[in-house]
Write a protein that binds this ligand. Structure first.
Ligand code: NOJ
Length: 554
């Protein structure tokens, strides 16, 4: 069904046009600005870019409240600028993914406005209505503490409308064949303009039954196949990367037993337990999550991530585990959000400790799946907790020591650039890190390069190797007679790890270190003794260096 599995060994970089680079000095990032920075991204080694919503929008929810699915917000440029950018990506062999936000529209969308004004309008049925306030109006809130209800009365419509998210985001009735046809049309439009697929927003809500009488919403998984089929028929190598924070038991319903639904999903189970592992120096729950999410169709893939533009949602950890993570990484109430998550960027969470940052990104790069990096993480950007909710981690990219970090030549950036403290742009910026061979940016570039050379991780099967330290994760990947072993010490103390040559699957009694000259030789007893520094990590290839001879692209 799919004719190119490029996403199995990709490096995805997520960015928001609004905060990346402003070309015309109006303070708002735009496509021409992004275009100028495309070679920077190419140089970093990313192979796919995921653009957050850039369509016209009142931007009351970071653009996840769209008023026109077939256009570019004029503040960012024109459709022509978008196509130039898409072409620039194509020229450099970079795939382009965009957000597909079709669970809801903005309340300013002409469809909703028309639906409110005219009960006989065909658009009325595109949304979800009730005459009386439904009993469940105060349940199922996604943003507790900020969002008040899931049903709101509209004075013009003289009816209640359903909104899973904020009240200005009325839900589309996604079960309606008209709405479904429109969703396909939106996908077709952007495919035609050159995208390689979509990060589909809020998938469990898109496919949930909606309505005043629905109790626990039942998922209509068949819809996922409809989207997939359409996409594939139009464009054989396009993908959907689903945002679905669901329990591992449901994973296969999203991927489809025959691999006929979502191509990729973010691995939220691994994400949450990874943060617990980092906080507690204890890998057991992470291993459990890796095992629980092991099964997937051959053509499917996980998206591995650390932080994204939302809060770090810890809702699926036990209360005790969540407290441990809060204590370690977000001890103040202001750093937490919605009672379940952390709103900080990764670098401040890890107190800017370079050893821990490398450990975390090395883990992200070597967990089963395809890494998804967030803009600014490559230079260790910080957050601005004075900004509301999730905005604290959405500040503009810090390019240089010029005013506003070189993001804009204007006076009023769309969002304040971090200019104070250890994460301010005078200290943390691309220009300075480019010049420093030991910078995080240059480390990231090297790790990305190596990750691409280790297709075993994206393609292979993993085995957890037994080690007798609860703070060490040792994983072997096997793919086409090649094996790679990655070891991470999540603890603050140095330690020696012993690996049995048999378990390592080694034939030559040497593990080739992929990141330094420090190879490891098996002792006479067939054991490897590997000394790991605090937060140390190793990437080895077992069986010598001739692996490339056996590599074929698919
Ligand atoms: C998930 C997005 O990641 C988040 O930023 C947004 O607020 C909600 N969906 C609503 O679209």
């Amino acid at each position: 069904m799919i004719n190119d599995l490029w996403y199995k060994n990709a490096i995805i970089y997520c960015l928001s046009v609004e905060t990346f680079m402003d070309s015309n000095g109006d303070g708002v990032g735009d496509f021409p600005g992004l275009m100028r920075r495309l070679d920077y991204l190419h140089g970093l080694g990313v192979t796919a870019i995921w653009l957050m919503p850039f369509q016209p929008s009142p931007r009351r929810d970071g653009g996840y409240d769209i008023t026109d699915y077939y256009n570019v917000d004029p503040r960012y440029g024109t459709l022509g600028d978008f196509v130039e950018f898409a072409h620039g990506c194509k020229q450099r062999g970079i795939r382009l993914l965009i957000d597909l936000v079709v669970n809801h529209t903005s309340d300013q969308h002409p469809w909703f406005q028309e639906a409110c004004r005219n009960p006989d309008s065909p658009y009325r049925d595109w949304y979800v209505w009730a005459d009386k306030k439904p009993k469940n109006a105060n349940s199922g809130l996604v943003f507790p503490g900020v969002q008040k209800s899931t049903w709101t009365y509209d004075e013009v419509a003289k009816a209640w409308y359903f909104h899973r998210f904020y009240e200005f985001q009325p839900d589309l009735d996604t079960a309606s064949p008209h709405v479904q046809a429109e969703i396909l049309k939106i996908m077709g439009f952007w495919l035609q303009l050159g995208v390689s697929g979509f990060r589909m927003d809020a998938v469990p809500f898109v496919i949930a039954e909606k309505g005043a009488k629905t109790g626990k919403p039942v998922e209509q998984y068949g819809m996922l196949r409809t989207f997939r089929e359409f996409l594939q028929w139009r464009c054989g190598d396009a993908i959907i990367l689903a945002e679905a924070n669901v329990l591992p038991e449901s994973d296969m319903s999203y991927f489809g037993d025959d691999g006929d639904r979502m191509h990729m999903m973010f691995n939220f189970a691994v994400n949450q337990t990874l943060f617990y592992a980092l906080a507690a120096a204890e890998v057991k729950p992470l291993v459990k999550a890796m095992e629980a999410t092991r099964t997937r169709p051959q053509t499917a893939q996980w998206g591995s991530f650390l932080r994204n533009h939302d809060e770090l949602d810890l809702g699926r950890l036990t209360q005790k585990q969540r407290e441990t993570v809060f204590q370690a990484f977000a001890p103040e109430a202001d750093m937490q959000l919605y009672g379940r998550g952390i709103r900080r960027r990764l670098a401040p969470m890890l107190q800017g400790d370079r050893r821990r940052l490398e450990l975390a990104y090395s883990l992200m790069a070597t967990l089963p799946g395809t890494p998804v990096l967030r803009y600014g993480d490559e230079i260790g950007m910080g957050d601005d907790l004075s900004l509301p909710e999730r905005n604290c981690a959405r500040t503009p990219m810090q390019w240089s020591t010029e005013p506003h970090g070189g993001f804009t030549a204007g006076d009023t950036p769309t969002m304040p650039v971090i200019d104070q403290g250890p994460y301010g742009y005078p200290h943390v910026n691309v220009a300075a890190q480019r010049r420093d061979p030991d910078s995080l940016l240059n480390w990231m570039e090297r790790i990305i390069r190596m990750r691409k050379e280790v297709p075993e991780i994206g393609w292979g099967e993993f085995t957890i190797l037994p080690v007798d330290a609860s703070c060490v994760l040792a994983v072997r990947y096997d793919w086409r007679n090649n094996a790679v072993i990655v070891i991470h010490n999540l603890g603050a103390a140095p330690l020696e790890v012993r690996l049995d040559g048999g378990a390592v699957g080694d034939v030559k009694h040497v593990l080739i270190n992929l990141l330094s000259e420090d190879h490891s030789h098996a002792g006479e007893d067939g054991q490897y003794r590997i000394l790991l520094e605090p937060y140390g990590y190793r990437w080895y290839r077992a069986g010598g260096l001739d692996y490339l001879l056996r590599r074929t692209e698919i």
